[in-house]
Design a protein around this ligand. Structure first.
Ligand SMILES: Nc1ncnc2c1ncn2[C@@H]1O[C@H](COP(=O)(O)OP(=O)(O)OP(=O)(O)O)[C@@H](O)[C@H]1O
Length: 310
């Protein structure tokens, strides 16, 4: 590993009574990465996040923040947007943001100016003296996001940050997350929305039944799971008997996917097409989507399929 991870989780275990929620999980996260934490319902993601944020402690194993064993000081460097939102409904927006930033060690004047700046980014500057309960659900979520970033944390942990936001506000929040990432903030992003992970995350950790069953770079994982499928686009038509040699999927008048068998290669397919004078426009390997990888790993493979760490 050629970097000091912002978070390193080493052989961490957490049980609630008989229920083992996190079972010997290890992974390391590069300092300025966006890491997707994925897994089916009940997999153990929230339990793991709660240990990273020091809300609970592991029964066994260790967690390091920038190489230091996690301690009471580190939460000031972490911003956590939990899935169950937790603002004080009766408190005024501005007052609440300043209060939460002060808890993270920010002085009053800085907290006020940052809160105003952030509210303006979300076009909420006129809501400073509104009670949280007077805001819509989406607005409350934006205010809670602001509370998560106001103390300028080195690590952001965002649980389903886009849920309930309209497309304009979801895009706005995505832009702000990416801006923080480019400024060097690490982001752990927990969601069930695979297309969001594909779009935002360079790394993933896939948790299933409390165990880390797959982790690494998204691009390498997709390549690792490639299953010999190609996409063709062409002018004219394909040879009439092509289906006797190759499994053709999703045909359209000008394109088709080809699933090769274990003994066929891309070169075999290309040779066949050229020998039969097919006028090719596109010939490319199809990599599985993260959704396909997720379903394959979670439904078919057990923990023995664990992959090497990042
Ligand atoms: N406080 C608790 N007491 C007892 N069991 C718990 C507690 N918290 C979580 N669990 C159990 O631990 C397991 C992991 O739960 P966890 O909330 O970490 O999953 P998750 O991956 O975050 O799920 P989801 O995607 O549904 O939010 C589940 O079986 C859950 O029922």
């Amino acid at each position: 590993m050629s970097f000091v991870p912002i978070i390193e989780v080493k052989n961490v275990r957490k049980a609630y009574g008989e229920k083992v929620a996190v079972d010997d999980v290890s992974f390391a996260m590069p300092p300025d990465a966006i890491l997707g934490m994925l897994g089916p319902n009940g997999a153990g993601k929230t339990s793991l996040i709660r240990m990273i944020t020091t809300i609970t402690a592991p029964d066994a194993g260790q967690i390091f923040f920038h190489g230091e064993p996690l301690s009471g000081y580190h939460p000031t460097q972490i911003g956590y947007l939990p899935e169950e939102r937790g603002l004080y409904k009766k408190m005024y927006v501005g007052e609440q943001l300043v209060y939460l930033a002060r808890l993270k060690g920010i002085d009053q004047a800085t907290a006020e100016s940052r809160a105003k700046e952030w509210l303006a980014k979300f076009e909420l500057e006129n809501h400073w003296t509104k009670k949280v309960e007077e805001l819509s659900k989406g607005m409350q979520q934006q205010v809670q996001f602001i509370a998560t970033v106001l103390h300028d944390p080195k690590l952001l942990i965002l649980d389903e940050p886009f849920s309930g936001l309209d497309p304009v506000n979801a895009t706005r929040m995505r832009t702000e997350i990416l801006r923080l990432h480019h400024a060097g903030t690490g982001v752990i992003f927990s969601t069930h929305r695979m297309e969001q992970v594909e779009e935002l995350c360079e790394f993933i950790v896939l948790i299933n039944h409390g165990q880390n069953i797959l982790n690494g770079k998204v691009s390498e994982i997709r390549r690792r799971f490639q299953d010999n499928r190609f996409h063709l686009e062409f002018n004219g038509s394909l040879p009439a008997g092509m289906g006797d040699y190759f499994q053709l999927l999703n045909p359209t008048p000008s394109g088709v996917d080809v699933q090769l068998s274990a003994t066929q290669t891309g070169n075999d397919l290309l040779r066949y097409l050229l020998d039969h004078n097919v006028h090719l426009i596109t010939f490319r390997e199809l990599l599985p989507s993260l959704n396909e990888v997720f379903i394959k790993q979670v439904t078919k493979l057990g923990p023995e399929a664990a992959a090497p760490a990042v």
